[in-house]
Design a protein. Structure first.
Lengths: 293, 293
DNA sequence: CTTCATCCTTCGGAAAATCCGAAGGATGAA
DNA sequence: TTCATCCTTCGGATTTTCCGAAGGATGAAG
């Protein structure tokens, strides 16, 4: 079969080294073998892949395309090797899990850590994906479990509520707002603000609503670690807004006040979904049991 | 080298067929060859991959993991073959492009169609990704061009403005709001609404701001094609909100009124980014020239 | 213009991997 | 007990792959 993994590895080695000669050496092949392999690939593709010159070889556009895919394939193959070798050393299973961003803030990390501690012989492959990609992946059998927002299309999947993503305000200790009945986002947004770095989904949600209220947030500082938010607020730099789980953790470690935002947009239902509970492997079901426990 | 493509194909064939015997036949191999390959894979992995029984063979958890990766690898390899065969038939280049959702509404599809028509010998691989994934992919050389929101991290990339994603209101012909100076989203959100299907990013943005205004949208109907929105509005079902490009196209084909929403959140700047303009292949630069032209 | 170094290709035989048919268990149903 | 089905093992044949040696091609150096 043409385009075996040796072919792909060799081709990348040639591009990196700049010549077939040097690439062959890197791939532990004799020069004639490398040359023959390249010729074979070019015959199969029906187009030149390398431009040979006095100084060496560079890729044609077709060669670039080949290299692009070769990198992806070899990377995937490397990941596979790694996983399988762990099975050889006693691993019992691999839970494949996709989650939207929100679920990370609702205790997923905690559940995950607890599960991994209790089941040292089960690995978890967790990836963050938009909700709308998760349902098709479940249907196609690509993953075992999905955590997604319930506004998406979950037809034909088995689901149960995982949690709610509710935002909380974080204030310096003793701040008057903490004991003000009826306080809401508008009150918080009017104060100096400790923000997360742009691109963060929660940040964007908050920003959006602040602008909608005609209250553009007054950022004193922007940080990219949740813990840093707590320290900044504690120091009196400003106030902030975090998902419940993060806010409570921050409240444990630093001297701050928190309260739940009453606005409807601060609350989103998250569901855990599987294609077929019966068909789920044992280890995946164990993981499911630990979710939200 | 262990785990060549024949191995992977064979393994999937065995799982589908339910036995090594039948899988070997599907993979055009004699039974002993298949058996030897499976044994070789198991030795390399250091763990059983199949449970043999009287009735056939089923995968162990390790085997499931292998199958998972095998599917991905073979799929990628198939895509590579397809691309390369097109080069054999005269293809000159392949532009790899990731875009966030918003850019689809700002004429990207039009630019794309125009480019493909003018350059029949260049293909475009367009994928929709969140903005925050695009910059790293550019830096890593995974893609040629990225279209993303400028709130993200574009440090070290060459960028220029591509367009703005501005939302417009869509109203039935002759609706009074169309000629009301100072009309805004609050006026529109108070009317019966023609919505897009949940999960759509624009839909979520609109929903968010409606709730923030204390005006939960009154959906008469939800559709998933832009054209259908125009027909619904024309029929007097309700009003809607669409990106400028879509709104104008709808206005051409159906009898509706449109006006731009004045709110700040309805306006987002989009940029086109590359890692290094100099190093860009010729065909990718041509594509770049056509963007926003 | 000649020489030389570098890079690639071609050729032929050796080594290795792969394949297949035949024969030999193992296992559960009849 | 017999039989059918599925898997494994064995030995030889075939095919693939590899490498060293020899042979262009090309541009730089003398």
């Amino acid at each position: 079969m043409r385009f075996d993994l040796v072919d792909l590895k060799l081709f990348l080695a040639i591009l990196e080294a700049g010549s077939i000669t040097a690439g062959a050496a890197r791939a532990n092949l004799a020069l004639p073998s490398a040359s023959a392999r390249v010729r074979g690939m070019e015959e199969t593709a029906g187009t030149p892949l390398l431009v040979r010159s006095r100084a060496g070889a560079v890729a044609t556009p077709a060669g670039e395309a080949l290299a692009h895919h070769a990198r992806l394939i070899l990377q995937q193959s490397e990941r596979m090797r790694g996983e399988l070798s762990r099975y050889g050393r006693g691993l019992k299973g691999h839970v494949r899990l996709w989650s939207n961003t929100a679920a990370f803030s609702v205790g997923l990390i905690g559940d995950l850590a607890r599960f991994l501690a209790r089941h040292p012989d089960v690995d978890v492959d967790l990836q963050e994906r938009p909700s709308r990609e998760i349902a098709p992946a479940l249907r196609g059998g690509l993953i075992h479990i999905g955590l997604l927002s319930d506004v998406g299309d979950t037809l034909g999947l088995e689901t149960r509520t995982y949690g709610e993503d509710v935002l909380m305000a974080v204030l310096p200790k003793g701040h008057r707002l903490a004991n003000t009945p009826g306080a809401g986002f508008a009150d918080v947004a009017a104060l100096p603000f400790v923000g997360l770095t742009p691109g963060n989904a929660i940040h964007q949600l908050i920003e959006t609503h602040a602008v909608a209220l005609g209250l553009p947030l007054k950022y004193r500082v922007r940080v990219n670690r949740i813990e840093a938010v707590g320290e900044m607020v504690q120091a009196g730099v400003g106030v902030s807004v975090l998902p419940t789980a993060d806010a409570l953790r921050v409240a444990e470690r630093t001297q701050v006040e928190v309260f739940t935002l009453p606005e409807a947009w601060a609350r989103r239902r998250l569901v855990v979904a599987v294609r077929d509970l019966q068909a789920l492997p044992e280890f995946a079901r164990q993981f499911l049991d630990g979710l939200g426990g």
